[in-house]
Design a protein around this ligand. Structure first.
Ligand SMILES: [Fe+2]
Length: 496
């Protein structure tokens, strides 16, 4: 019987992640749990469809953790728990039921269940618990494994250590994807202390105000609009003293009866707070919960520091560039409208071609700033109504290299500076400033060349009147493989 529904090792090898036995008479639930475990690299995983089968597997293959449904034919989850505890009381067992009652959960926990989950459950929540219990299990020494674990304090300590190692690992993995850091921190905090609501608020010292960065709550509207604003004085105190706050009101009339507020610091300056609230039948946050949240914010501080510095540096650089661009616009109104239209056309063309999102972001910046180098072109040339002399034209040509020079010192804009340098290159190699040809010219620069030329042709300039759209299209088509890349002209004509 056991071998028929055997261990699913599939492509996974026996690892030291811990062995899990999943027991449920409902095959779809069982499969969902097993797939999620294996996706999280937890293996090997054993499965059984009832208590009797599970017991048989357990006797032949000792497991580190059992996840079991309660209501099953043959032997129930509670009976299975009783039998397992007789064999090895140190085993963690998570019970799942579709019919939760307080009596049932209390008796399950008393019998020795590590945890109790009600259906329908969130698979991430289950994975989080599995992760913690497996870590806890690994931390136990062999001596302890032999003994019955009857010391609650020891168990508590172990659970604390495993939570801390979980925080450490999670933060390490969060660090890889910088964008999500705030959201991930909030999710992690909610799980760690079983909070009801959590928010990260950034402190705007100039206006003495808190700006919500991320807010997650099961009572979202009320939390965002009523509860958070009412707690501003608490947040202010946490930021001012740079100390965490744990507040329990012991009352049932307040909207929040328990609150944690931890300041977020960069180089000993508090720049915001992470706060968690709960009102659940008198269950309050403890000092230990506060410690977990502090561990989390401390671990994440370097990560946050990078993120905040990146955001503020990036936005201040963009401000500088846009103000430079504005100074050309003040002299030549055409440039501003032109940059907006060119960016819009370039982005739409890029989407038709199907270029990656990060290249589109780059095109947005390059599009807005492509003529920034014209800042060095004197008014008498930039605004000249008659034809330009050769010397004057070479001054105009210099705007590509000047544009590149303006952006180049900022490493963040390396890609954009190359696009700007090459936006007047030609497919046949007869453009400027470098005479690049074909695919030597960056793709985004080739896109800009097409839409830039089209926009210039279809708008009035000081030295000539606008062409009609049809004429400009003919001009583009005539210059395919000479000035323009054919693929881009075709994509551009699709959006027109
Ligand atoms: Fe240009």
């Amino acid at each position: 019987m056991v071998s028929s529904r055997m261990i699913r090792e599939k492509e996974f090898s026996l690892s030291d992640s811990g062995t899990v036995l999943v027991v449920d008479d409902d095959e779809s639930t069982r499969s969902m749990i097993i797939d999620a475990l294996q996706d999280s690299k937890i293996s090997p995983v054993f499965e059984a469809e009832n208590g009797i089968e599970a017991l048989e597997i357990f006797q032949n293959h000792p497991c580190d953790l059992i996840i079991s449904d309660i209501k099953m034919p043959g032997m129930s989850g509670i009976d299975l728990l009783n039998e397992i505890m007789k064999i090895n009381p140190a085993i963690h067992m998570i019970l799942i039921t579709g019919f939760p009652t307080l009596d049932l959960s209390v008796s399950a926990i008393k019998t020795g269940a590590a945890d109790f989950i009600a259906k329908p459950f969130n698979i991430d929540e289950l994975l989080y618990k599995v992760n913690l219990y497996l870590r806890e299990k690994k931390m136990l020494s062999d001596d302890l494994k032999r003994d019955r674990i009857d010391s609650l304090r020891l168990r508590d300590k172990i659970s604390e250590l495993s939570k801390k190692s979980y925080i450490y690992d999670r933060i390490e993995s969060i660090r890889e994807g910088n964008e999500q850091v705030f959201e991930d921190m909030v999710d992690l905090a909610l799980k760690l202390v079983n909070g009801e609501s959590c928010a990260i608020l950034l402190y705007d010292a100039g206006n003495d105000r808190f700006e919500p960065k991320v807010v997650k709550s099961s009572i979202h509207e009320l939390y965002s609009h009523v509860i958070l604003p009412s707690l501003n004085s608490v947040f202010r105190e946490a930021v001012r003293k740079k100390e965490p706050i744990l507040m329990n009101t012991h009352g049932h009339t307040q909207m929040v009866n328990s609150l944690i507020c931890v300041p977020l610091k960069i180089r000993n300056t508090a720049f915001g707070v992470m706060t968690l609230s709960r009102k659940r039948n008198g269950i309050e946050f403890t000092q230990k919960d506060l410690n977990f949240i502090q561990s989390l914010t401390r671990r994440a501080s370097l990560n946050l520091e990078n993120k905040i510095l990146y955001e503020s540096t990036y936005s201040s650089i963009m401000d500088t560039f846009y103000s430079l661009a504005a100074s050309i616009q003040a002299r030549d109104y055409y440039t501003e409208e032109h940059s907006i239209r060119v960016t819009d056309l370039a982005v739409r063309t890029a989407k038709v071609i199907g270029i990656p999102q990060h290249d589109i972001e780059s095109l947005k910046i390059a599009g807005m700033l492509h003529d920034i180098g014209k800042i060095s072109v004197p008014d008498q040339i930039l605004l000249k109504k008659d034809g330009l002399s050769e010397d004057e034209f070479s001054v105009i040509k210099g705007h590509c290299a000047t544009g590149e020079m303006i952006l180049k010192p900022v490493l963040l804009f390396e890609q954009e500076s190359r696009i700007i340098r090459s936006h007047h290159e030609r497919w046949d190699g007869r453009g400027y400033p470098d005479g690049l040809a074909g695919c030597e010219i960056p793709l985004n620069a080739r896109i800009l060349t097409v839409v830039d030329s089209f926009d210039a042709m279809t708008n009035n300039r000081p030295y000539r009147r606008a062409m009609k759209t049809g004429e400009a299209v003919e001009e583009l088509e005539r210059n395919v493989d000479k000035q323009f890349d054919k693929i881009i002209v075709e994509a551009f004509l699709k959006i027109l």
